[in-house]
Design a protein around this ligand. Structure first.
Ligand SMILES: CC(C)(COP(=O)(O)OP(=O)(O)OC[C@H]1O[C@@H](n2cnc3c(N)ncnc32)[C@H](O)[C@@H]1OP(=O)(O)O)[C@@H](O)C(=O)NCCC(=O)NCCS
Length: 197
């Protein structure tokens, strides 16, 4: 075990709570973007910060409120995504990992980037935290009824790909998202929830 992996064993997934929201706020003030698709979008980060400071409880509630999306199951109406967000915690805020799914199906449309989203604040990256957080999420997903999860990353996101592979992700296919640029190649993986260590 490397030193970084050793420190990652101390991390936990905690439910977002008002009592701990100062860490999220501080991360935004330091320029962290919670949306991996808008990593360098200052306006987005500043807008998030404004919303958090305007109404902390509403901001928190929004983290667990999914968009309505079209389903990939024929004859099913658009449905609201169910979100189970967790903050990655080493005694302080490190980032988040979210489980997302549609009720009654393991399928997701391709414009929803898989069952799992995560981000680590830049100053805590490279310590094994995302890898550990994904390991910790697997039994939670199993509890929610998933035998396996779909995980997607951009082909250019080598760190995320590595995280997925380290936790046992099995490569499925490359694809493009019809709602994104055709130049952005997505890598689709499956990961068995029973494979956590
Ligand atoms: C992707 C991300 C979550 C990884 O978080 P992290 O806590 O730094 O990841 P870990 O420390 O657990 O592991 C990273 C692995 O990727 C490797 N890695 C990191 N940067 C890399 C790079 N640029 N190229 C190749 N591998 C890289 C690390 O070496 C490590 O692998 P190793 O243990 O074999 O050495 C983080 O970079 C991040 O938040 N990025 C922005 C948001 C994002 O892209 N989210 C994922 C969307 S799919």
């Amino acid at each position: 075990m490397t030193g970084d992996e050793a420190s990652a064993t101390g991390i936990a997934l905690i439910e977002p709570a008002l009592a701990d929201i100062a860490g999220f706020e501080e991360a935004l003030t330091r320029g962290w973007s919670p949306d991996p698709r808008r990593l360098r979008d200052r306006t987005y980060v500043e807008t998030e910060l404004k919303m958090l400071r305007h109404d902390r409880a509403a901001f928190l509630a929004r983290l667990a409120s999914g968009d309505v999306v079209a389903t990939s199951v024929p004859d099913r109406k658009p449905q609201r995504l169910i979100l189970q967000p967790f903050w990655i915690w080493d005694g302080a805020f490190c980032g988040y990992i979210t489980l997302r799914y549609l009720s009654g199906t393991t399928q997701l449309p391709l414009n929803v980037p898989g069952h799992v989203g995560y981000s680590i604040v830049p100053w805590k990256q490279g310590r094994g935290y995302a890898t550990r957080a994904l390991q910790l999420l697997l039994p939670i997903a199993e509890q929610a009824g998933f035998a396996r999860l779909s995980i997607i990353c951009d082909e250019s996101n080598h760190a995320s790909r590595r995280v997925i592979e380290k936790v046992g992700g099995i490569f499925d296919r490359r694809a493009t998202d019809p709602s994104d640029s055709p130049d952005v190649i997505k890598l689709l993986f499956w990961i068995a929830t029973g494979s956590s260590t």
